[in-house]
Design a protein around this ligand. Structure first.
Ligand code: FAD
Length: 347
């Protein structure tokens, strides 16, 4: 029976960031990923997606993303960078391997997958959020006879010409998909609160610098404009539609009816399609068997599970380290995670 020092579940940017630091240790490790190729959930994003983080802020530890003609990389630029990053370091990654459950056996982790069983002394879960889409529930949602899709299922606006479309969600996905769809269809945007657009000259660069200052405890409220990684970055496609009144958002409707939605005042409005740009929750199903999940989170000290101290969680969002669900932020949490694993195994 082979026992790894560490198994990393998930081979997206978080999993391979952890692999980078594991490679520099003497530990024996393996990354298990259910996709056919490199790219993680970037493989499932819409065709025209451009990153809001410029090239120098879209790099993982050790090897910077090569400059291209695009200041903001396209989704394919970034997937190609992830492919090259993996090849450059030749990480041990077993693809098309979906982890189904994890349990403890004699102080070891027993990891069951569609490709068999693996054993390890420690475990890193880096399964991201792409497989756990969040769609809020509204009264009579099932009565609606139009189409409903989540942003992860949206590819392009090819089949949407002339349709009437409701886009729900006030983040970057909502704003960018709305901008694209509005070129060919009639749209209405729904957001919980008035959307917050960052000034034109503030892009991922500023967001990440501000995030880093916060991470280092150096944020100075008088010098830092109040920004959050959830604010809308004015990428070109969003800037282009702002003069067409497309970005005017309404607050949520009361309920669905067969042909559309009913607004707060009682007015009904027909729609053909609803696109839910309402985000994701951590994909933790494979860890259900450990009985440590509360409200779809696991209590952690930085990235280490408190109840199951041989388990680390990387890349899920602020509860696993500040800006850990971003390309720029994940390296810090990956480095610290591997440091803790090495210390733990050397004791
Ligand atoms: P993922 O990329 O989801 O990787 C997880 C991997 O684990 C996947 O391959 C998945 O298939 C696999 N997996 C899941 N469950 C299992 C299992 N049980 N067994 C085996 N494998 C499993 N960040 C930025 O820094 N800049 C940006 O411009 C930016 N733009 C974004 C735009 C959009 C539309 C979105 C959604 C996010 C954006 N982000 C951006 C945020 C972030 O960088 C991405 O969400 C990133 O993909 C998260 O990486 P990850 O490795 O944590 O998760």
């Amino acid at each position: 029976m082979k026992v790894y020092d560490t198994l990393v579940i998930g081979g997206g940017q978080a999993g391979i960031s952890v692999a980078y630091f594991l490679m520099r240790s003497q530990l024996e490790y393996l990354v298990l990923d259910d996709q056919e190729r490199a790219g993680g959930s970037w493989l499932q994003t819409w065709d025209s997606l451009k990153l809001f983080s410029p090239t120098e802020y879209s790099s993982l530890s050790g090897w910077a993303m090569p400059k291209s003609e695009n200041e903001y990389p396209t989704k394919n630029d970034f997937i190609s960078y992830l492919e090259q990053y993996e090849m450059r370091y030749n990480f041990p990654i077993q693809r098309q391997t979906k982890v189904l459950s994890v349990c403890k056996e004699n102080n070891l982790f027993l990891v069951k997958s569609n490709k068999g069983i693996f054993y390890s002394k420690t475990l890193v879960s880096a399964t991201g959020r792409g497989q756990n889409r969040f769609i809020p529930t509204y009264p009579n949602q099932k009565l609606f006879t139009g189409k409903q899709l989540h942003s992860i299922d949206y590819r392009n606006s090819d089949d949407l010409f002339g349709k009437k479309i409701l886009v729900v969600g006030g983040g970057n996905s909502g704003a960018q998909i709305l901008a694209e769809v509005s070129e060919v269809a009639q749209t209405q945007w729904v957001t919980l609160e008035e959307p917050y657009f960052l000034p034109d000259d503030i892009d991922g660069r500023y967001l990440f610098n501000s995030a880093t200052q916060k991470f280092l405890g150096k944020a100075n409220s008088s010098s830092v404009i109040k920004v959050s990684l959830r604010n809308i970055v004015m990428v070109d496609s969003v800037k282009q539609v702002r003069n067409r009144n497309v970005l005017l958002a309404k607050r949520p409707f009361l309920s669905f009816y067969e042909q559309g939605v009913i607004w707060k005042g009682g007015d009904k409005e027909e729609f053909d399609i609803v696109i839910w740009c309402t985000g994701f929750k951590a994909s933790l199903k494979h860890l259900d068997t450990l009985n440590i999940i509360e409200n779809n989170r696991i209590k952690t000290q930085y990235t280490r599970s408190i109840k199951e101290p041989n388990l680390w969680l990387v890349g899920y969002g602020s509860w696993t380290g500040f800006a850990s669900a971003t390309i720029y932020g994940v390296g810090k949490t990956a480095r610290q995670t591997v440091k803790e694993i090495v210390e733990f195994l050397n004791h």
